[in-house]
Design a protein around this ligand. Structure first.
Ligand code: HEM
Length: 185
């Protein structure tokens, strides 16, 4: 009985089993199509992880701002910094690379409006991430260490980060609209 899970805890094999079922079904579905659709599947999955995750953080940030609770705001800021670096950055990279892979597989044309809009939206989001959000996050971490994560200075920088992130989210959602509708295609 040594390996029996503690009362109320989930058996350790369950998470890998869920992942395995997902991967097997994905592999079967993907095998029925071609390379283009395999890249499209990767593109859409990583785009939804990236933008869905960002959207959830936007809602959590807005809720924390509305309740005016510095501790909740500090928690959202910490979670946003962690997933931004560890999840959103690689997801954004996979979205871009699979988008380029699809373009090399089929002749949509690089100067088509919806493709250009996607490339520009990605470039704008990348520039805002590197040029604004990363320096602001570093500043927020510094302030949190010196004055505390719930200090008025830390709250002010966090609110600035959340505002910029909201603009970024709007641009990314517009790219999703653009990709789905393909205006003037
Ligand atoms: C912010 C970055 C991006 C996001 C969020 C995004 C999102 C999406 C979504 C949701 C779709 C599915 C639309 C559909 O099947 O109707 C899609 C399709 C596609 N995207 Fe993107 N995309 C991004 C960037 C790019 C870039 C930079 C390229 C080109 C280099 C690109 C090329 C494509 C192509 C070729 C399709 C497939 C169109 C089709 O077969 O109907 N995407 N994208």
């Amino acid at each position: 009985m040594d390996n029996a899970p503690a009362s109320g805890s989930v058996p350790a094999y369950l998470n890998p089993a869920i992942l395995a079922v997902f991967l097997v079904v994905t592999a079967i579905f993907t095998a029925t199509g071609d390379w283009y659709h395999a890249f499209k599947m990767i593109h859409v999955i990583f785009a939804l992880i990236w933008i869905g995750g960002g959207f959830l953080l936007t809602i959590l940030g807005l809720t924390a701002e509305r309740t005016n609770d510095p501790a909740e705001l500090a928690t959202v800021a910490k979670q946003a910094a962690t997933v931004g670096e560890k999840l959103f950055t690689p997801a954004a990279l996979f979205t871009l690379l699979s988008g380029i892979a699809m373009m090399l597989n089929i002749d949509w044309g690089w100067s088509t409006f919806w493709v250009l809009f996607g490339l520009l939206g990605f470039a704008a989001s990348f520039a805002v991430g590197v040029g604004v959000l990363t320096p602001l996050s570093k500043q927020a971490r510094q302030i949190a260490m010196t004055s505390g994560p719930t200090s008025p200075e830390a709250v002010a920088v966090t609110k600035k980060i959340l505002l910029v992130a909201r603009f970024d989210m709007a641009v990314l959602l517009l790219v999703v609209v653009d990709m789905a509708v393909k205006p003037w295609a």
